[in-house]
Design a protein around this ligand. Structure first.
Ligand SMILES: [Zn+2]
Length: 272
């Protein structure tokens, strides 16, 4: 199954609540939506209502934890980050979300090895407590800036070392970090091959256009303004029959989710 949807409430949805966003997303013909905790958390009551609305509309809910997370930082940083991830997980469980997406942290002055060690240790503790509470998986996002922990290799290694975590394949971030490395279908296939050993039966994928330089990601752009080939991603997904959820993190939130849906339909036509 291939589900596509916006990150956050669609821009053109007049009422700015998550519930209206879900209904509106359905009306646009999309099938997933990411609830973002970038500005504020929702209440437990709202989380329960989101679950009901999503079920009724047939929308798959994903959750994004607050952006500023550092599981490799000092004690205060780690404590704050753990609290944010655990609160997101709790609410995501109430919403019936399959996965929460989180960032992991920064190298700061640490070696890559030490950063990895700290992140794995802290994540294991979160995972141990989370497994007793619900089914929502912890999704680890591939990051676009080179100073931030989260290359595809690092994310795969953490997923191997911390069971109960899955990669979130932010294709634009992988593309930007690799200085525009995803050009052909084979390049995208290589990314799926890298996560094959994790034996996943579903992939959460983020897409957007992206500007980058030698330091990696600079900023997100509309899909058409970037050079990440979304159509080739769609071909790759279709040829392999992958089960995926694709979230548009483009500044043209729902516009680019619909554009991705059109590219998928076009790729289907070409395969026929
Ligand atoms: Zn993110």
């Amino acid at each position: 199954m291939i589900r596509i949807g916006p990150a956050g409430i669609p821009l053109s949805c007049k009422e700015r609540t998550n519930i209206d966003g879900i209904i509106y997303t359905r009306c646009l013909g999309l099938s997933a939506m990411e609830i973002r905790f970038s500005r504020a958390f929702v209440s437990e009551e709202e989380a329960r209502q989101i679950k009901k609305a999503a079920k009724k509309s047939g929308i798959e809910i994903c959750v994004h934890a607050p952006y500023y997370i550092n599981l490799a930082g000092d004690e205060k940083n780690v404590k704050m980050s753990v609290e944010k991830i655990e609160k997101s997980l709790h609410l995501a469980n109430l919403m019936g979300a399959r996965i929460i997406t989180t960032h992991l942290g920064f190298y700061g002055g640490l070696s890559k090895k030490e950063t990895m060690k700290r992140i794995v240790k802290n994540l294991r503790e979160i995972r141990n407590r989370a497994m007793k509470k619900g089914k929502t998986l912890i999704g680890l996002e591939t990051m676009g800036k080179k100073e931030v922990f989260g290359s595809i290799e690092e994310i795969v290694e953490v997923c191997k070392r911390v069971r109960g975590t899955v990669p979130v394949l932010d294709m634009a971030h992988i593309h930007a970090r690799g200085n525009g490395c995803l050009r052909e279908k084979e390049d995208i296939q290589r990314i799926f091959d890298m996560v094959e050993s994790l034996n996943l039966n579903h992939y959460l994928i983020h897409i957007t256009g992206v500007k980058y330089d030698s330091s990696g990601e600079l900023y997100h752009t509309p899909i058409k303004k970037g050079d990440f080939p979304v159509i080739k991603l769609m071909e790759c997904i279709l040829e392999n029959g992958y089960d995926v959820t694709i979230i548009s993190e483009s500044p043209l939130v729902e516009h680019d989710a619909i554009y991705a849906q059109i590219l998928l339909d076009r790729a289907m036509e070409m395969i026929k």
